[in-house]
Design a protein around this ligand. Structure first.
Ligand code: UT7
Length: 323
C-alpha cells in the first residue's frame, strides 16, 4: 500500500561572511575562550554584516536547497520561514524569499517558535503537503540573533550566531517503508516566558529589545523535554533509539547534546554537531546542521534521521524523517 508523504529532496544553508571567535569576544566582555568552550562547546560564530539580513540569508539557503533538489525556485508552492528576527515586523520574510525565487502566487508565511521554529515550520508544511494544499514546499530557518543581542551581557552574547538553513519537501506517493516525514511532535508551555525572552516588541515597548535568558534553568528543562519528545516520535513509529542513524539536534550547548544522547542511550557518533563553529543560530540551527551532514556525506538516502529542538516559549519538538 502506498501513502502520501512529504519527501526531503534537497537541503541548503548560508552563513554570513564574518566569523567572530571567542578570543574576539573576550576583548569586548568579561569572558574567556576557556569558559565559553567548557560551558557550551562554542568556539566561533558567524555574525551578519551590512547587507546581510535574515531574508538575504534565507534566500541564499533556499536557492542552494532548490539547486540540490534539482528544482526551479519558481516551482515552490509553499514557503514556511521560521524566524524570531524578521527583516521587518511585517510583511513576513517568507514573502521576500518567495519574490526572490519567482514563486509568486503560492503560499508564504513566517512561523515564530524561536529555536524550535524549524520543527514547527516542518510540522505545518508537512501537514499542508499531505492535505494537498501544495505539492512542493520550502521550509526555512533563518536568523540574525546578533541584531537582538545585548553585546554587554556576557551571559547571552557569547552563545548565539547568525545563519540560515532550508529544505525542499515534495508530496509523493511512497511505499509504507519508503522515504518521507514519518512523525512530528510539537509542544509549548507558556509558563516559562521569564526564563528566555526578548525585552521588547512592537506592541509592548515599541522597541526591538534584547535577548534575556536564565541559562541554567533553560538547560535543565531542555534536557528533560528533548529526551521526552524524542521518545514520543520513536514510540509512534514503534522504533527504538538503536534504529536511528542520525540525530540532528538544536545546537545550543554541547553539554545539552551529550546529556540528551546519554538519556536515550545513543552513542555520540550518531549526533551531528555544529555548535562549535555556528553557536546557537536559533531556528536556523537544525537545518544548518542537517545540510552540513548531508553535504559531507554522513546522512545518506535511506537513513532514519531525527530532528529536535527546544527554545523560548518554551516550545519544543522532534521530527522523524526517512531520507
Ligand atoms: O536555544 C534556546 C535554548 N537555550 C539553551 O539551551 C541554553 C541553555 N543554557 C546553557 O547553555 C548554559 O546554562 C549556559 C552556557 C548559558 C551557562 O552555563 P552554566 O554552566 O549554566 O553557567 P551559569 O549560568 O550557571 O553561570 C556560571 C557562572 C556565573 O558566575 P557565578 O554566579 O557562579 O559567579 C556566571 O556569572 O559563570 C558566569 N558567566 C560567565 N563567565 C564567563 C556567565 N556567562 C559568562 C561568560 N564568561 N560568558
Amino acid at each position: 500500500m502506498s501513502v502520501r508523504r512529504s519527501v526531503l529532496i534537497g537541503t541548503g544553508s548560508a552563513l554570513p561572511k564574518r566569523v567572530v571567535t571567542n578570543h574576539e569576544l573576550a576583548q569586548m566582555v568579561d569572558t574567556s575562550d576557556e569558559w565559553i568552550v567548557e560551558r557550551s562547546g562554542i568556539r566561533a560564530r558567524h555574525v551578519a554584516g551590512e547587507g546581510e539580513t535574515t531574508a538575504s540569508l534565507a534566500i541564499d539557503a533556499a536557492k542552494r536547497a532548490c539547486e540540490a533538489a534539482g528544482v526551479e525556485g519558481s516551482s515552490i508552492g509553499l514557503i514556511v520561514l521560521a524566524t524570531a528576527t524578521p527583516d521587518q515586523t511585517f510583511p513576513a520574510s517568507a514573502t521576500i524569499v518567495q519574490d526572490a525565487l519567482g514563486a509568486n502566487g503560492g503560499i508564504a508565511f513566517d512561523v515564530a517558535a524561536v529555536c524550535s521554529g524549524f520543527l514547527y515550520g516542518l510540522g505545518v508544511a508537512d501537514s499542508m503537503l499531505r492535505a494537498g494544499m501544495a505539492s512542493r514546499a520550502l521550509v526555512i530557518g533563518a536568523e540574525t540573533f546578533s541584531r537582538i543581542l545585548d553585546w554587554e551581557d556576557r551571559a547571552t552574547c557569547v552563545l548565539f550566531g547568525d545563519g540560515a538553513g532550508a529544505i525542499v519537501l515534495e508530496a509523493r506517493e511512497v511505499a509504507e517503508d519508503g522515504p518521507g516525514v514519518l512523525s512530528t511532535k510539537l509542544h509549548a508551555d507558556g509558563a516559562h516566558n521569564e526564563l528566555l525572552y526578548v525585552d521588547g516588541g512592537p506592541s509592548s515597548t515599541g522597541t526591538v529589545g534584547h535577548v534575556r535568558m536564565k541559562g541554567r534553568e533553560v538547560f535543565r528543562h531542555a534536557v528533560v523535554n528533548l529526551a521526552e519528545v524524542l521518545g514520543e516520535v520513536l514510540v509512534e513509529q514503534s522504533l527504538a533509539p538503536a534504529d536511528i542513524d542520525w540525530v540532528v539536534p538544536h545546537q545550543a550547548n554541547m553539554r545539552i547534546l551529550d546529556a540528551t544522547a546519554r538519556k536515550l542511550g545513543l552513542p555520540s557518533e550518531k549526533i551531528v554537531v555544529t555548535v562549535d563553529r555556528h553557536a546557537n543560530t536559533s531556528a536556523a540551527s537544525v537545518p544548518l546542521a542537517l545540510d552540513t551532514a548531508v553535504r559531507d556525506g554522513r546522512i545518506k538516502p535511506g537513513d532514519l534521521v531525527v530532528l529536535e529542538a527546544m527554545g523560548g516559549g518554551f516550545t519544543w519538538g522532534a521530527s522523524l524523517i526517512r531520507v
